[in-house]
Design a protein around this ligand. Structure first.
Ligand code: FAD
Length: 445
């Protein structure tokens, strides 16, 4: 019998009871909480919580540790078709859909002032037989819903704490919590973000670099409808992007903004009163969406990138920003992360986590499968970003030529769109099924 079968066949009541830690006494007589699980997920961000659900669905007993943070200012994630299939397959999409808005088109506008103009390019999802390229959702709503679903799932124990110490060895893995509790596990999924401690313990080295850019983020309300189209202006400081957002009562037209600017401009813009900042955003967008109002606080995120020497250690695998980092161009970060998770789930399918050799073979597969996808995104986004930052005629020419070429030739254009939403290569099981989305009545603009 596979581990999946063993765990799912437990009666519901017995599974519920596993949420409680087993108590013992510390030297000082204080109760010392202890948990045992198949898979320990470190980090309760969008990556960690998504991984917890995916492994619970595989029938593993999961503990996920991390503070549930729902205070990221102005941040949204555009989730493409593959990612929507992932959440649909896990039964999570119905609770996320109420926060999301579809993206049926992507418009790119060269606003660099280059002498090699490209003219606006518009890509429509129906060209590749999709109703939408994907859906845009507020980060805070995504994390809050995933955390709530984890609390309701008897196979997942969510511990809102930090991990202080990891121990990885052939016979098993252990973690100690900041509050003193202990977790015994068979496998660790490291989703604690860019400063992953599990990655350091496993001796995985990283190469990091930074860009002279800050991403300013904001939720906006506006007068004119976005028509479900995301618009990306390519400027000398980086992209300035509007992505459709779900309307709310009183503000039926909303979009999110990601604006890459120099650190100096970021300081200036952050110091502006909201009305003046909104007016600058309106000017930068050439009035496309009419009058703009800020619909929440402004966020500011320094831009950097990172690649790792490996994505696996003993009884451990990296996912999400523990494994890769790059600027938010083409909305790839969490989409790539969900492919990490879906691939890892496939690699560990049917693997007996008590058998170190079986785990090693599964991790070799994961290492092979992720190298290309991650490498392509980190390098591709680096080239795209630098092509905007470097003011040189040959670079401007190459960028304009590439965009004109790819958008003019039908099969190439469609291949490019498909690569963005469902990258080629073997599709992991969680991203294969495509049942129709269950969408509650939406406020669309
Ligand atoms: C401006 C911007 C726009 C973006 N837009 C998109 C988009 O449109 N589409 C897209 O796909 N991606 C997008 N991304 C990328 C996406 O937001 C990130 O990839 C994603 O949020 C990263 O999630 P994560 O869980 O890997 O990391 P994090 O969100 O950093 O989560 C890691 C968590 O681990 C916790 N942690 C750290 N140490 C420990 C410890 N010792 N113990 C326990 N927990 C710990 C942290 O507190 C944190 O909560 C964007 C990124 C930016 C900056």
């Amino acid at each position: 019998m596979s581990p999946a079968n063993r765990a799912t066949s437990r009666p519901a009541k017995a599974r519920q009871e596993q949420k409680e830690p087993t108590g013992s006494r510390s030297g000082a007589g204080q109760p010392l909480e202890q948990w045992e699980c198949d898979v320990l997920v470190a980090g309760a961000g969008s990556a960690g919580l998504s991984a917890a659900h995916a492994f619970a669905a595989q029938g593993r007993k999961v503990v996920v540790v991390g503070k549930v943070e729902t205070n990221l200012a102005g941040r949204t994630v555009a989730l493409f078709e593959g990612s929507l299939r992932f959440y649909r397959a896990l039964g999570l999409w119905p609770r996320l859909a109420g926060h999301a808005a579809p993206m049926e088109g992507i418009r790119m506008i060269d606003d660099t002032g280059s002498i090699f103009p490209t003219g606006p390019k518009e890509f429509r999802s129906r060209e590749i037989d999709l109703d939408a390229f994907g859906e845009n959702i507020e980060n805070n709503a995504l994390v809050a819903e995933l955390a709530q679903a984890a609390r309701e799932d008897p196979s997942i124990t969510l511990i809102e704490d930090l991990i202080d110490e990891f121990e990885l060895n052939l016979s098993g893995a252990r973690a100690r919590l900041a509050s003193g509790g202990r977790i015994e596990t068979k496998f660790i999924v490291a989703g604690e973000g860019r400063n992953s401690q599990a990655r350091q313990i496993a001796g995985i080295t990283v190469t990091t670099w930074s860009y002279p850019q800050i991403a300013l983020t904001a939720l906006l309300a506006h007068d004119k409808p976005h028509h479900q189209i995301s618009t990306e202006w390519h400027k000398r400081s980086g992209p300035f992007t509007f992505v459709p957002l779900r309307g709310r009562e009183g503000e039926p037209c909303r979009s999110s903004l990601v604006w890459l600017v120099s650190p100096r401009d970021a300081r200036r813009l952050q110091a502006l009163p909201p009305e003046e900042l909104a007016a600058e955003i309106e000017d930068e967008s050439h009035g496309l969406l009419g009058a703009i109002r800020l619909d929440g606080p402004l966020g500011a995120f320094p831009m950097g990138a990172m690649k790792t020497s490996r994505v696996t250690g003993m009884r451990m695998a990296l996912i999400g920003e523990s494994a890769h980092l790059f600027p938010p161009i083409g909305a790839q970060g969490l989409n790539l992360t969900l492919r990490d998770i879906a691939n890892l789930v496939d690699c560990l399918d049917g693997v007996d986590l008590d058998e170190p050799e079986e785990i090693s073979r599964a991790l070799e597969r994961y290492e092979r499968q992720r190298a290309r996808d991650i490498g392509l995104r980190v390098r591709g986004i680096d080239i795209l970003n630098r092509s905007l930052l470097i003011h040189a005629l040959p670079v401007d020419f190459a960028r304009a030529f590439a965009l004109n070429f790819f958008s003019a030739i039908g099969p190439l254009r469609r291949a490019l769109m498909r690569e963005g939403v469902t990258p080629h290569g073997p599709t992991p099981k969680l991203m294969r099924a495509r049942p129709p989305a269950r969408r509650p009545s939406a406020t669309r603009s």
